[in-house]
Design a protein around this ligand. Sequence first.
Ligand SMILES: Nc1ncnc2c1ncn2[C@@H]1O[C@H](COP(=O)(O)OP(=O)(O)OP(=O)(O)O)[C@@H](O)[C@H]1O
Ligand SMILES: [Mg+2]
Length: 374
Amino acid sequence: MSTFKGLFITKNQEWVNELHSLLHDVNIEITVVSEWKRSFQEQQLNHYIFVDLEYVRDTQPFQNSSSVVIGLTESNDFVQGRSWLVSGAKDVVIFPEEKNRLRDLIKNTYQQLKFQKETETGFGTGQVHAFYSAKGGSGKTLLAALSAQSLSIHHEKKVLLVDLNAQFGNIEVLFGSQPFRSYYDLIPVMEEMDIRHLQNIAHYHEDTKVTLITGPADPAKAESIPDELISRLIRIARNQYDYILLDLPSNINNLTFTGLNESTHIHYVLTPDSLGMRAYKYADDLFKRFQIGRGNELSILINRHHSKSELTKNDIEKIIDRETTGLIPSDYFSIQPSLNMGEAFYKRKKDKGSNKVSKEVKKYVDELTKRTKG
Ligand SMILES: Nc1ncnc2c1ncn2[C@@H]1O[C@H](COP(=O)(O)OP(=O)(O)OP(=O)(O)O)[C@@H](O)[C@H]1O
Ligand SMILES: [Mg+2]
């Protein structure tokens, strides 16, 4: 039987007993506290929050809560009730008078939570696209961020971008965002992780509607991330997002491996120079050995191409004996200003991109959505 967590904010012991007597058919572990503290929200995820409105006046901390918030009150104060409902409370119940109504409410929401949990632990159908290159600095982060924005803005897809560079990832910089919580904070809830845990640590970027999840900034923390946490995170996200984009580090570690293994598609970012080719050769051997990226799952994306590049697209295709799927020019001077400002590359559906890089990525993504449809 699923267990859910509930918080009851009250000083009224009688009410605590009353509430417990209503929880026969459901499995909700209630923690009683006498006042609300901000840290409750941060430390643990409560599926339910019961609020004694005789003590708690301020609705603000409960706004946009991912928990089912239920207000309990003795008096039939319409104005008070309304302000709680407006703030997102599920319901306000006159207690203990409307005990039966509360029991039904708990039962119904419990069924919904249970259903949600069951469907979330199954496999979703969201596509997982990894941006990888064995060569550092080849443009993985930039291209992953641009592709995420294009999928969201141009194709109206629900997109999650995960930075798997457990340190120095900095993808949030491209979104002009402050550092926020990371998947490191999911370790304590790994076993019961569900979509709301992800949403708690994720950052929603308003301008582009892309959701970001980043890694911990502290290298010591980065090392303690279990592989399983990343697989679970991706699998849960596949139920909710159309596309999950992974920005991978160049060095092969557990997280890189897990990311590559969970992906439905790998975009190998290749720079048209001898270092880039050497790195590709190394990655290609590795992929073969570990059976990563077979079939049509691997696309080669040439990045930082310019007229004086050491190698042309044709040279490259001959050497690696396979086709490449995209060619992104190098456009340092026009791309740098928007990078520094952390501005969205596309804001509206009709935006084609203001520089050569964003224009070409848009085309790449247009092609990609056609290729991977269905
Ligand atoms: N096509 C391009 N034109 C101009 N600048 C580019 C292009 N691609 C990437 N860059 C720039 O090159 C630098 C490295 O890119 P990025 O950080 O995306 O690479 P990375 O592969 O993620 O690097 P790392 O291995 O460090 O994670 C950045 O300053 C980025 O803006
Ligand atoms: Mg990077």
